[in-house]
Design a protein around this ligand. Sequence first.
Ligand code: FAD
Length: 434
Amino acid sequence: SKEKFDAIVVGAGPSGNAAAYTMAKAGLKVLQIERGEYPGSKNVQGAILYSNALEQIIPDFREDAPLERHIIEQRMWMMDDESFVGTHYRSDDYNKPPYNRYTIIRAQFDKWFSSKVREAGALLICETTVEELLLDGEQVIGVRCDRLGGEVYADVVVLADGVNSTLARKAGFHGELDAGNVALAVKEILFLPEEVIQARFNVKDEEGVVIELMGKVTEGMVGTGFLYTNKESLTIGVGCMLSDFKANPQRTSPYTLLEKLKKHPSIAPLIEGGEMKEYCAHLIPEGGFNAVPRIYGAGWLIVGDSGGFVNAAHREGSNLAMTSGRLAGETVIALKAAGQEPSAARLKLYKDKMDESFVMKDLKKYRKLPEVLHSSPQFFTAYPELVNRAAKTFFTVDGVDKHSKEKEILGSFRSKRSLTGLMGDAFKLWRASR
Ligand code: FAD
């Protein structure tokens, strides 16, 4: 068809939905194309939803969004094979509405978000893959799909097609996916009765707990694990850099890591009896600031995972996706209102908005982290082991005097790393998160 839209949004994940909703709500003519059977059909994971980014788009989302539990306790565990040393932060402040974060099941959440997009007036077409961008010289003027008679036209195309972003690569907007810039994560949803979850995690009603895991669980690869409480299920997963999986001499698969994690003596009792219903593997763009490609050009904008907007250090992705989608939408609205052409120079407004937002500020803050972690496997092997051994020495009462225990602990650190090595690591970590 020769019908022309103000904007075409490719993808109906959090970033695409945020962009489509924002533009449709402002009265723009929006077409959204999703290759899945329905939005969320390709995204079966449980996850954490950070309220703030969604509040900026749909302030009253709590009225009907499918939310699992609001998080009142955040745990961080550093693990070796038998034990963990952890910090737990629990606050009654997190128990006062409006809640700051929730667990969600993505399949349900994406479906809900998409229903809002359609209510706002956007046209959604599913089971349709965008195969390439249509260009007039440098200007993107539409997309070619595998259905719908092929070509559809728009002033602006918003690429919200996720981490693989074949479209942007095909068009030459960014290079091949680098295995050093993406993590491969696997996760499972394990079903358990509500009362069992509440008892095991010391919560009531819809209160929830999040556990972030690091250490021996990734066998020296750069990565982390996690355990989230949903209403009647738990989400457990682990992810490591794809380049590390490739280079791993034992060829450990993500699935093997997850099975090992589930058997850890501190994890097994929490998930015991859980019935596995969903299993999935997915890539996460974790290259950070330095891996962000060009995100705008003549007639096109890149949002969400397609642009690499994930803050791996803080486990945030969907909120960056939604914020970038909203800012892209607001950019198109502003150009439309001013009657301006969607040239690269005009669409730079999106980049400016992103630079001003927490998204680019946070990515910039941690820009050195991926490199530091890559070059310092001791953070994932030696240190977790040392810390756990130190805790054991410290807490075991066995007739050895405390002074000797302190010496033993210090000695064990010094035997693994020189004093300069220890100080250097602390300095590197501090600099990388400054
Ligand atoms: P996606 O959600 O990937 O959506 C892209 C959509 O585009 C898909 O629906 C896809 O089918 C569609 N599509 C792709 N190509 C085409 C095409 N050519 N034509 C038509 N449609 C197409 N973030 C958090 O905030 N909290 C968490 O707890 C969290 N946990 C995570 C756990 C795991 C295991 C993973 C993998 C990620 C996690 N993230 C988390 C990150 C978060 O999931 C992503 O940042 C977020 O989903 C990005 O949204 P998006 O809309 O950009 O991409």
